[in-house]
Write a protein that binds this ligand. Structure first.
Ligand code: NAP
Length: 242
């Protein structure tokens, strides 16, 4: 029986874990979320201790192939995965693209997003970038933020904020009502892609609310990439090791 290690933390990682009958599937989670939705099969939780720790884990568990199905912004884990010493597949959903009616500004990082806000006149900002990285906005004391995250926020964060605890999927109706009720002037999001959290973009379009879109970090060159779970299953079977 062949062993695949799925680096997870996404819906696609959970779906892939369920789509490989006949394989030994180990899913790995970082442990950031207090009550994560768990995939089927074996699950391990917590960092490996850097690239060397991951390579040692892969050897110990006789892993044949690693699938990096982490969130597009989990750049450190992806960099480690590229050095594990066994074949690697990157499962990465496509990013979002602006359509007619969208007013998007693209920036390259959380820091660049904070600088954009500081230089703008937007006073009521909806931050959907997750609770990690809120420190980038901590200096913006003259703006008010609505922050949505799965687990409670912790300092450093902007001084004037209201915290909403929730996790997707979200609906366009719900997101539209939220933007309206908080009189949001700017929506800030990472370019996560996928359907789970895309409703906020449709709501922003409907209401004419501008979006500050944070670009993804670059992927490691040379690593094969598939966009969905079907592509990943096909790739794994094509390796000829099952
Ligand atoms: P990161 O900066 O790339 O990861 C930091 C460290 O956390 C890694 O070096 C690794 O520790 C550990 N880690 C990350 N993902 C892991 C996994 N799947 N299994 C075991 N260890 C893992 O990643 P992050 O942005 O903090 O994200 C953490 C997790 O949350 C990821 O699994 C990601 O899929 C998920 N997530 C992230 C975002 C986001 O916006 N960044 C959004 C939704 C979900 P060691 O170096 O010790 O191995």
């Amino acid at each position: 029986m062949r062993t695949v290690l799925i680096l997870g933390g996404t819906g696609e990682a959970r779906q892939l874990a369920a789509a490989l009958p006949g394989w030994r599937v180990i899913s790995s989670l970082a442990g950031r979320v207090a009550s994560p939705t768990l995939p089927p099969g074996e699950v391990r939780v917590g960092g490996f201790g850097g690239p060397a720790g991951l390579a040692e884990y892969v050897r110990r568990e006789a892993v044949d192939v690693v699938v990096d199905a982490t969130h597009p912004f989990a750049a450190r884990m992806s960099a480690s995965a590229a050095e594990s010493g066994v074949p690697l597949l990157l499962l990465r959903r496509p990013g979002w693209t602006a359509g007619p009616g969208d007013v998007w500004h693209r920036v390259s990082s959380l820091d660049a997003a904070a600088a954009f806000i500081a230089g703008s006149s937007f006073e009521r900002v909806f931050l959907t970038t997750g609770r990690q990285g809120l420190g980038a906005f901590a200096g913006l004391a003259d703006r008010w933020f609505l922050v949505r995250s799965v687990d409670p926020v912790a300092p450093p964060h902007p001084p004037r904020l209201e915290s909403l605890l929730d996790r997707g999927p979200f609906t366009v109706e719900g997101e539209t009502a939220l933007l309206r009720s908080y009189t949001i002037q700017l929506l800030v999001t990472k370019d996560s892609g996928g359907a789970m959290t895309a409703a906020k973009l449709a709501a922003a379009r409907l209401l004419g609310v501008p979006v500050l879109m944070i670009d993804r970090p670059p992927v490691t060159p040379g690593v094969p990439v598939v966009a969905d779970v079907t592509g990943a299953v096909t790739f794994l079977h094509g390796l000829g090791i099952d």
